[in-house]
Design a protein around this ligand. Structure first.
Ligand code: UDP
Ligand code: MN
Length: 337
């Protein structure tokens, strides 16, 4: 059956079928254009959200990365399941920090807050690499099953020198001591504070924490090292997420491999007079592009107050040093800085 459209003289005769097809095509086009306007459609390329736990006042909290690794939010059901599972197992965890020169003053706050929130009820060895072991005399009071290992290191003036040596120091401490004593090991910056519980939901083979300031940034804009002269260089077509060097860990064998490789890359660059812009964080990210983490910690586990940090359900670990840097760059100050 045909119908005559006298209102539109240009259109002569259309069949009902042609009219129906035109409507379907038009609505398809409209839906496509509307989707393009949604920021979530950009994120969907990075995240998979098989079990969304998103709250209205928080940023989205995807449960998996695009390669299927769990993305950890402490309050999720998946985290609760892992805590229950690990409560049946027997294992020990190492927490390793460097406290050299003026950074020694962060140590007591770090340890006190870790005793309150880091893997409470779990056996933990703290490995403190320091040039000032006297700061730990008398040793701080620790909970049951928790031990302190002081690893003396010689003073290395200047952060630049330390940044080149830190991975090497961590690798040799894991190699010589930690791997004989613990199953998992986490490397942390000492200028951090634990504010809320960090439990066994963080344990995995190779674990990295998302950098809060690049949580929602598209891959091409991530601050990877781009100079092809550096061994940390990440090409435009590579990468998934940008991780912070404030907290990473995993099985001893995995963290030993990571710190050894990063240390080698740093030394190879140094021999050529090259240094990646973000120092060891650049090398860490290069490594994690090649070897993706099996468990990714959300910015709940590495957070600091910054205009571009996402809202998180709970701030569990805060970087005091980076928070001060961020506040300073925005002309603000806080009591601690
Ligand atoms: N660090 C140290 N003494 C120094 C500089 C650095 O012990 O003089 C250690 C300390 O654990 C610190 C970490 O190396 O947290 C990384 O340094 P920083 O926190 O300044 O680096 P950023 O977080 O800015 O990358
Ligand atoms: Mn730091």
């Amino acid at each position: 059956m045909a119908v005559q459209f006298r209102l539109f003289p240009g259109l002569n005769r259309l069949t009902w079928r042609q009219l129906f097809l035109a409507c379907v095509l038009l609505s398809g086009l409209l839906m496509y254009l509307l989707r393009l306007r949604q920021p979530a459609s950009i994120r969907a390329a990075f995240w998979s959200n098989r079990a969304s736990e998103q709250g209205p006042s928080h940023s989205h909290t995807p449960s998996h990365t695009s390669w299927g690794a769990p993305l950890v939010w402490g309050g999720s059901e998946a985290s609760q399941r892992q805590r229950v599972e690990f409560s049946q197992r027997s294992f020990r965890v190492g927490l390793m920090v460097l406290a050299v020169g003026r950074y020694v003053h962060y140590l007591s706050r770090f340890l006190q807050s870790a005793e309150q929130h880091f893997l409470t009820g779990t056996p933990v060895n703290y490995y403190i690499l320091t040039d000032n072991p006297n700061k730990l005399v008398p040793p701080p009071e620790l909970g049951e099953g928790r031990d302190l290992r002081v690893v003396p290191v010689t003073e290395i003036p200047g952060w630049e020198h330390l940044a080149r040596r830190r991975m090497d120091l961590l690798a040799s401490t894991i190699d010589n001591q930690a791997q004989q004593e613990v199953d998992y090991v986490f490397c942390a910056d000492v200028d951090q504070e634990f504010l809320n519980p960090v439990g066994t939901e963080i344990l995995g083979k190779l674990v990295a924490s998302l950098h809060p300031e690049y949580y929602d940034v598209p891959v091409p804009n991530l601050p990877y090292e781009r100079s092809s002269e550096s061994r940390a260089c990440v090409l435009d077509e590579e990468g998934d997420h940008y991780y912070t060097s404030e907290l990473y860990g995993g099985l001893c064998s995995e963290v030993l491999a990571l710190t050894k490789v990063c240390s080698q890359l740093i030394l190879q660059d140094r021999a050529m007079g090259v240094e990646a812009q973000r120092l060891e964080e650049s090398y860490l990210n290069r490594y994690l592009v090649d070897k993706r983490p099996t468990r990714v910690l959300s910015p709940e586990y590495s957070w600091w107050d910054s205009p571009v940090a996402p809202k998180v359900p709970q701030k569990r670990v805060v970087s005091l040093g980076r928070q001060c840097a961020s506040l300073r760059s925005h002309g603000k100050s806080s009591m601690f800085c």
